[in-house]
Design a protein around this ligand. Structure first.
Ligand code: FES
Length: 246
């Protein structure tokens, strides 16, 4: 038997000392990553783009998330819809991750076709008793906040989206984000675990050096956490962190 025994995930997470970051293995183990994908990316709301990705009827944006893939499409009535990127016949992927403009969605395998509202329009060789109405594309929950398009794959999505909507919609509203267009796109693939990227994104200690053009827009001292400005909870966490470093 291997002398190296992996700690179960729960134990690994719970072994974090108060005030300290997660253990390194939480960022490097494949089984942790697989669990992350399953929980955070497949069961929670995930932002997959902006409304300008599908500006006109027929515009399609495909986004792969873990093992899943979602079709974001603007239908003929200008509604934005989301479906699983899976043909209802034998599960072929309808489209590869990219953007395009289509009249209908056609499966590349045996050419079943779907309307932009997800309904099955045509299926070859299925006989006269075939009921097309129960072979439509699987819908995926979709919510637009401002111009940001979120999807959730599970049947009962988390209710926290209502809070995000309630908080952010009034803040976004003066900017009329629905009228924005995409002027430039670039794709950045980070060579690191997604949690490190998010940690980096949530603090701005690096901003003054890394993004001076951004910090020019902020009020002075608002780009980092000063102990003097912390509330009680923040100060307690900082104390615990400082003690753990001794
Ligand atoms: S898998 Fe799409 S037509 Fe068969």
């Amino acid at each position: 038997m291997s002398e190296f025994v992996l700690k179960p995930l729960g134990e690994l997470v719970r072994s974090r000392e108060p005030g300290c970051g997660l253990l390194g293995k939480v960022f490097s183990r494949q089984d942790v990553f697989d669990t992350d994908v399953d929980i955070f990316f497949h069961k929670h709301w995930i932002m997959v783009g902006v409304t300008a990705d599908v500006l006109e009827p027929g515009d399609v944006s495909i986004v792969d998330i873990g093992k899943a893939s979602v079709i974001i499409v603007r239908d003929d009535d200008e509604n934005i819809r989301a479906y699983r990127n899976v043909c209802r016949h034998r599960g072929a992927r309808l489209k590869e991750a990219d953007k395009s403009t289509v009249g209908i969605l056609t499966c590349p395998y045996r050419q079943r076709t779907y309307d932009l509202d997800g309904s099955l329009r045509h299926a070859k060789h299925m006989g006269k008793d075939f009921d097309a109405t129960c072979r439509n594309l699987w819908p995926v929950h979709l919510k637009v906040v401002g111009t940001h398009v979120f999807v959730c794959f599970v049947e009962e999505p988390p209710a926290d989206m209502a809070k995000l909507d309630e908080t952010m919609t009034p803040r976004f509203s003066p900017y009329e984000l629905q009228n924005t267009k995409i002027a430039f796109e670039s794709e950045i693939v980070e060579a690191g675990n997604w949690k490190l990227v998010m940690k980096n994104n949530r603090e701005c200690y690096h901003c003054e050096v890394g993004h001076p053009e951004l910090t020019m827009l902020f009020v002075a001292e608002s780009t980092s956490s000063s102990a003097d400005d912390m509330d009680e909870e923040g100060r307690k966490a900082l104390d615990a962190y400082n003690k753990a470093q001794c």
